[in-house]
Design a protein around this ligand. Structure first.
Ligand SMILES: Nc1nc2c(c(=O)[nH]1)N[C@H]1C(S)=C(S)[C@@H](COP(=O)(O)OP(=O)(O)OC[C@H]3O[C@@H](n4cnc5c(=O)[nH]c(N)nc54)[C@H](O)[C@@H]3O)O[C@H]1N2
Ligand SMILES: Nc1nc2c(c(=O)[nH]1)N[C@H]1C(S)=C(S)[C@@H](COP(=O)(O)OP(=O)(O)OC[C@H]3O[C@@H](n4cnc5c(=O)[nH]c(N)nc54)[C@H](O)[C@@H]3O)O[C@H]1N2
Ligand SMILES: [Mo]
Length: 896
């Protein structure tokens, strides 16, 4: 970078060529006040608070926009400058309501602060005051344009960071204001997603959050990691009188900066829901009765021991939790392995991204996102397949929109017109369950055109020929037949992806939740290796992991086949290492996967389960079967923060503390291990999960003495080579991306550098198209696909957020207008959706965003338990349910 010299207030300083006077001054430690400026936005120079004198320039110039030049002489604090700044603030105040004391931003207000800095005394509002209606049309944000100082920060943040373009300038002159297009309320705007990033940018009280669980100034702010999806946003929990009263952006957050989504900023009010479990419960005569911890843990210890002694260790199983911190997952698998003596431990990765873990491990040697989230805005070509980040990973969605602003080309493969399909250069609306054919078709086109990377194939991979043989039959015509994607779109997608200098694949459950999920994942790995698009910046295969800590739960060994760090339970050396460290004999028998647990229970082989932070009756495929599995158990323990469907069948309920009430760490989808920090005391008599398991273990005669989660992480790191460099101290500020093999290692931004795969050579797999397990027929003529909406989260937590529930209270099933018309269904009508397994009801959402013959539903609502309808069969390798396809019939609900 070229440096130049200039003088600021008599001091000679160096600055980068191309920087502004403001940047150079800040770099040199000279403070210049600003108002419309934010470092992460394009400078505008509209408020004129940052004016300075530059010798030779006419009048005062705005420091935030004025570029530095060699030999420039700048003065930042002369009487003329002070006078000019003061009069800018006076003018703003003359037009600003003066009720500071009743304003939510009082004390936090930047205008107030500047007035005080410049010595502006009370200003009488002059002349006619603006009289805008206040927009509190939605549960999240209050927009009071009367307080707006027209700095435009919200408009720019919405355009440049969140990239939604919701807020714009409307009206003119005296009536100028910021509002959604056509001056509608935010609730009526077509594209506001209530991320609240505008609120984070507003310097005054014009945009504020609706209060959650209390009002007033926080006593403290505690930076932590979000408990919803796997993006791993950080932000500040605002605490007052021991309660969480709000969430605000923390600009030091590495992944997300000021961005959050609606759930992160407004949805954590569930922490104080009156429905929280606050005391242990024991079922007596079919009814839950309050119990002491002592009583509950004694009962569990006795029953677990009894069952172990009578039926053997493998008669017990545990479901660990991707919502819980790493340390809790580690201690849970240790408890099952060292204390109970079984490898029967699993968690929701099984029904989510297990095909990613298995598929990418087979192809590349490591089952995780290859690149980092903040590479996304710089990507030139993005291929998004089977993922809807706008709703499921909203901050990644925003970063993909940033890439588009930066000129990237986007290819989308999704059966639905998701938001990013509308913005894509090529959208392939494939039939669900036909991704292998699509990818094989793209690869065949690439090979025939010579767009493949022969060098990469030769030097970094193996088994190319087998793969090339299989794809030979996937001509564009054959692929069009299977997928429904017109061949010209397939050819265009192949050309864009393969001829880009660098291209990145992003995928999610549209790929994994199929009977061929692992094969789907390996197909994407094939495509990346064929074109050499892996092992570099801005170029890789990126599964967006689902739950906040599903990456971490896998890493910690909450899986039936591996200890922490993916060390196989069947590997004698690994087993001996853990046996030595834990002082016990360990089982070498791979444990049960979650779906197998229910089968084993029905078959009478599994007698007890310990379910932490998961609700399988609602979340697993074919709820009837799962419920039956639980009903056959002799003893069930459920540890959760709320009562769940699974909980209702439990013999003992243990109330856990939520993410806001405990220390620990979550690992996001880019492998970054980040701190979770306790901000409030556990609610009621609840306890952090790790303490509960520790105490239970002590009761069962296996001493565990951890006094803080950091000690658990230290033990885990000492036993897991890929995490050896982790410690609470090292992850404190920015987290660390694994692998971190030693205490000096800086972490790994991207994997398989220069094509050196974790397994040596990358492995091509020869894979053929396989149709879904259940296709539509005369009786069940529709294809049901299930997934997520922005405003809800899986099954439990978001349901207890007042904000979120108020905004999206019930299930809306998407159905194509052609089908709706034929069945006499109007938008908002109730419809009944029935499969061979069960039936549910939902309101219809008639839309061309789905294919004719397709129904799309979420699985979030208690009133509409979608998994009563879905199937119990799953991926050949990992048993992940095929949630993305099953056959149903649809009828208009007859109101009695
Ligand atoms: N708001 C919100 N965010 C969440 C969650 C939540 O519940 N709510 N859950 C979190 C979890 S646990 C996870 S795992 C992630 C999941 O994140 P995503 O996988 O992105 O979410 P889904 O909506 O399940 O499915 C993604 C897309 O796959 C498409 N699809 C369906 N079938 C096929 C197919 O056969 N082929 C292709 N190519 N596409 C298909 C669907 O149309 C849908 O748009 O989200 C996480 N984030
Ligand atoms: N039809 C259909 N079904 C699906 C899917 C789909 O796409 N379609 N997706 C599947 C996927 S990807 C997933 S990941 C699963 C998710 O399924 P689940 O994991 O069952 O979903 P969650 O609601 O996140 O459940 C987590 C539970 O943890 C509790 N919890 C939260 N924090 C804590 C804590 O700190 N301690 C304890 N002890 N408990 C806590 C919550 O109250 C909640 O009951 O659903 C699957 N089900
Ligand atoms: Mo998930």
């Amino acid at each position: 970078m070229e440096l130049i010299s200039l003088t600021i207030d008599g001091q000679t300083v160096q600055a980068c060529k191309g920087s502004t006077v403001l940047e150079a001054s800040r770099e040199a430690g000279v403070t210049i006040p600003t108002l419309c400026h934010l470092a992460d936005l394009t400078p505008e120079g509209s408020c004129r608070v940052c004016v300075v004198e530059v010798e030779g320039a006419r009048g005062l110039v705005t420091a935030c926009t004025y570029p530095v030049s060699e030999g420039m002489i700048v003065r930042t604090n002369t009487p003329a400058i002070r006078e000019a700044r003061k009069s800018v603030v006076e003018l703003m105040l003359a037009n600003h309501p003066q009720e500071c004391l009743s304003c939510q931003r009082n004390i936090d207000c930047e205008l107030q602060a500047l007035a005080s800095t410049f010595g502006v005394r009370e200003i009488k509002a002059e002349g006619e005051q603006r009289q805008f209606a206040i927009d509190d049309s939605n549960p999240f944000i209050i927009r009071d344009s009367n307080k707006c100082i027209l700095c435009g920060r919200c408009v720019r943040v919405c355009k440049e960071v969140q990239c939604c373009n919701t807020l714009e300038w409307t009206e003119r002159g005296f009536n100028t204001k910021v509002a959604p297009a056509f001056d509608t309320d935010m609730v009526d705007s077509s594209n506001c997603v209530f991320c609240g990033t505008c609120v984070s940018a507003c310097p005054v009280g014009a945009l504020t959050e609706k209060p959650m669980n209390g009002v007033g100034k926080p006593d403290k702010k505690v930076k932590t990691t979000c408990p919803f999806c796997g993006v791993g946003c950080n932000y500040d929990l605002n605490i007052k009188d021991g309660k969480l009263i709000g969430v605000t952006s923390n600009l030091t957050s590495v992944v997300n900066g000021r961005l959050t989504c609606v759930k992160g900023r407004f949805g954590t009010d569930y922490v104080h829901s009156p429905e929280r479990l606050t005391t242990p419960l024991i079922k007596k005569n079919g009814k839950f009765v309050e119990a002491s911890w002592e009583e509950a843990l004694d009962l569990i210890a006795t029953k677990f021991k009894e069952i172990k002694d009578t039926y053997g260790s493998d008669a017990l199983a545990a479901v660990s939790s991707a919502r819980c911190v790493n340390e809790e997952n580690y201690i849970m698998q240790k408890f099952m392995r060292a204390v109970i003596g079984t490898n029967n431990v699993d968690h929701c990765a099984r029904i989510c991204h297990a095909p990613t873990v298995a598929g990418l491990a087979a192809s590349f040697g490591s089952g995780a996102m290859t690149n980092s989230i903040n590479e996304a805005p710089q990507c030139k070509v993005i291929f998004l397949i089977g993922g809807n980040p706008t709703e499921a990973h909203p901050v990644i969605g925003a970063k993909i929109r940033q890439a588009l602003r930066n000129g990237a080309t986007l290819i989308v493969a999704d059966p639905r017109r998701i938001e990013l399909a509308g913005k894509a250069h090529v959208w392939m609306q494939l039939r669900p369950g036909t991704d292998i054919a699509l990818i094989n078709g793209m690869m065949r086109i690439i090979l025939k055109a010579g767009w493949h990377d022969q060098n990469f194939i030769n030097s970094c991979t193996t088994d190319f020929d087998k793969m090339a043989d299989v794809i030979e039959k996937y001509t564009p015509e054959y692929v069009e037949d299977i997928t429904g994607v017109p061949k010209h779109l397939l050819m265009e997608a192949a050309r864009i992806y393969a001829t880009a200098e660098r291209a990145s694949i992003f995928y999610t459950l549209g790929i994994t939740e199929h009977i061929c999920g692992t094969d789907n994942v390996m197909s994407l790995a094939n495509l990346a290796m064929l074109t050499g698009n892996v092992g570099k910046l801005y170029s890789g295969v990126n599964p967006m992991r689902g739950q906040n800590n599903v990456q971490g739960s896998c890493d910690m060994g909450a899986l039936p086949n591996v200890y922490s760090g993916y060390q196989a339970v069947t590997n004698a050396a690994a087993r001996e290492k853990f046996e030595k460290a834990w002082g016990v004999k360990l089982s070498d028998k791979v444990g049960l996967m979650m779906p197998d647990m229910f089968d084993a229970s029905i078959a009478g082989k599994l007698k007890a389960m310990y379910v932490m932070g998961e609700d399988p009756i609602r979340s697993d495929g074919d709820a009837h079967h799962v419920r039956k599995g639980f009903e056959h158990l002799e003893f069930l323990v459920v540890q959760n923060i709320f009562m769940t469907e699974t909980g209702k069948l439990a013999d003992v309920i243990l109330p856990a503390a939520s993410f806001a009430e405990k220390d620990g760490s979550f690992t996001n989808c880019e492998r970054r291990v980040q701190r979770v920090r306790q901000a409030i005391e556990p609610i009621g008599n609840s306890r952090p999960d790790w303490q509960i398991i520790r105490d239970l273990s002590n009761k069962m005669g296996y001493p565990m003495s951890y006094s803080h989660p950091s000690e658990i992480m230290d033990e885990m790191a000492s036993l897991s080579p890929m995490f050896a460099g982790l410690s609470f101290e090292r992850i404190d500020e920015k987290g660390l991306q694994w692998p971190v093999p030693d205490k000096e290692h800086p972490g790994s931004q991207y994997l398989h550098v220069d094509g050196k795969f974790a397994c040596g050579l990358g492995v091509f797999k020869a894979i053929d198209h396989q149709p879904p397990a259940e296709l539509p027929d005369a009786e069940y003529p529709f294809m049901l696909t299930t997934g997520r909406i922005l405003y809800h989260y899986c099954l439990t937590t978001a349901g207890y957020s007042k904000h979120l529930t108020e905004y999206r209270p019930e299930e809306r099933a998407m159905i194509h207008p052609d089908d709706a018309k034929r069945l006499n269904i109007a938008d908002q009508d109730y419809i009944t959706v029935t499969s061979r397994r069960g039936t549910v009801q939902a309101r219809a959402w008639v839309t061309t965003d789905v294919l004719p013959g397709g129904i799309w539903m979420s699985f979030h609502y208690h009133a509409c338990p979608t998994n009563e309808v879905t199937m119990g069969c799953g991926d050949k390798v990992t048993k992940t349910y095929e949630y993305k396809v099953c056959a149903v019939k649809v009828e208009k609900t007859v109101v009695q």
